[in-house]
Write a protein that binds this ligand. Structure first.
Ligand SMILES: Cc1ncc(COP(=O)(O)O)c(C=O)c1O
Length: 397
């Protein structure tokens, strides 16, 4: 596979429309990913479940290859990878698939889950729905860096705790949870450990087998693959994780996730994983250097700017900052050339304030002054210098 790549945003588009610093929201599809997907929209359009002809076999082989690429990237066996429609689905599957399995085995037995109060909304809301189904859920608070404390995790365990689910790298503040340490604790107590690794893969070393993880969700569009595809890793032995399907139907994905497999997306996801694996060390270094450069530019240009999350032990791709006394909604009209994301947003008439920043202990006012800047494969130092200038000028005005 080639190692160099053209920039997918295109020079003109990039210059005209501004600077994209929202890679945590989504990444552009790598042109190398796209070129492996294209034939599966055209000549290789078969259904991988069509076992009687070569159109089906070609598609089936492509899905099998992608499964190997994904498995190699996260350090597991191919049969432990099930393709889904993205991390939201994977996260929901863990919660409701497990409740279904446990209730099938013993409808009367109490169930207890542990999670944190700064998870992605797919876990926060999924867990809230689980509570309505009679499951006891503890949402653990995090420390000032946005990290779950091991002691708090230990203290929350009950005899009927069946699942712990913690985000590995936080999508808003880039904090990193001690997942391998929590996994060791779970193994000792015979509790399943699930991690939402959507923002971890491609950014920190991940090996589910070595790290003792039982279930792991991740997604294609955060690693330069297409949207609408992701995976759930389900440990096959020691222990073999027991999970009922979330979606029933034609029995695709070994009966675990029915529905015709989205072959082009799965193929792209596989390529995206392979590219991340090949260039991991250099890419992480590139992101870290840029992140540190951006932070020093911001400090020089915006006196009083504050960094949220851990000062050093954080995602290489993420900075979350609080501007000194300036609400982002005041300056947003002047930031249109900057693709960033804010800590608060006006939803349907009401102000939605980030539960993650609140969970970190920020006041509502501080959350309203906060911005997330996230970078990636095609970010340049020049863009970051310009981004800091744009922010400085917006604030000065
Ligand atoms: C940490 C985390 N979990 C889950 C998701 C949802 O992923 P998807 O868009 O694939 O459903 C995201 C995406 O925003 C995320 O950042």
């Amino acid at each position: 596979m080639e190692t160099s790549t053209e920039r997918p945003m295109g020079k003109t588009l990039q210059q005209d429309t501004g600077i994209y610093l929202d890679y945590n929201a989504t990444t552009p599809v790598d042109p190398r990913v796209y070129s492996t997907m294209e034939p599966y929209f055209k000549e290789f359009f078969g259904n991988p479940a069509s076992a009687g002809h070569h159109w089906g076999w070609i598609a089936e082989n492509a899905v099998a290859k992608a499964r190997t690429q994904v498995a190699s990237f996260i350090g597991c066996k191919s049969m432990e990878v099930t393709f889904t429609g993205g991390a939201t689905e994977s996260n929901n599957w863990v919660i409701f698939g497990l409740i279904s399995k446990l209730r099938e085995e013993n409808p009367e037995a109490p169930i207890h889950f542990i999670t944190s109060n700064i998870e992605h909304s797919s876990i926060m809301k999924g867990m809230a729905a689980a509570q309505k189904m009679g499951v006891e859920v503890d949402f653990l608070p995090v420390n000032k860096f946005g990290v779950v404390e091991l002691e708090a995790v230990k203290a929350a365990i009950k005899p009927h705790t069946k699942l712990m689910s913690f985000i590995w790298v936080n999508n808003e503040i880039g904090s990193i949870n001690p997942i391998p340490e929590i996994a060791a604790l779970c193994k000792e107590k015979q509790i399943y450990l699930h991690t939402d690794a959507t923002q971890a893969v491609g950014k920190i070393p991940v090996n589910v087998t070595e790290m003792g993880i039982d279930l792991m969700s991740f997604s294609g569009h955060k690693i330069y693959g297409p949207k609408g595809v992701g995976a759930l890793y389900i440990r096959g032995k020691d222990p073999k994780v027991q999970l009922n399907p979330l979606i029933y139907g034609g029995g695709q994905e070994r009966g675990l996730r029915s529905g015709t497999v989205n072959v082009p997306a799965v193929v792209g996801f596989g390529t995206a994983c392979e590219l991340c694996q090949q260039n991991f060390t250099a890419e992480v270094q590139h992101m870290k250097d840029l992140r540190d450069f951006l932070w020093s530019e911001l400090q020089q240009n915006i006196p009083g700017v504050k960094l949220n999350g851990h000062p050093t032990d954080r995602s290489p791709a993420n900075l979350n900052i609080t501007l000194p006394g300036i609400k982002t909604e005041q300056i947003l009209p002047r930031l249109q050339k900057l693709g960033v994301s804010t800590g608060s947003a006006c939803g349907t008439g009401a102000m939605v304030v980030s539960h993650v920043l609140k969970g970190l202990g920020l006041s509502t006012e501080e959350v309203q002054c906060s911005l997330r800047l996230s970078l990636g494969r095609w970010t340049t130092q020049d863009e970051l210098s310009r981004a800091a200038q744009i922010l400085k000028q917006a604030i000065q005005k």
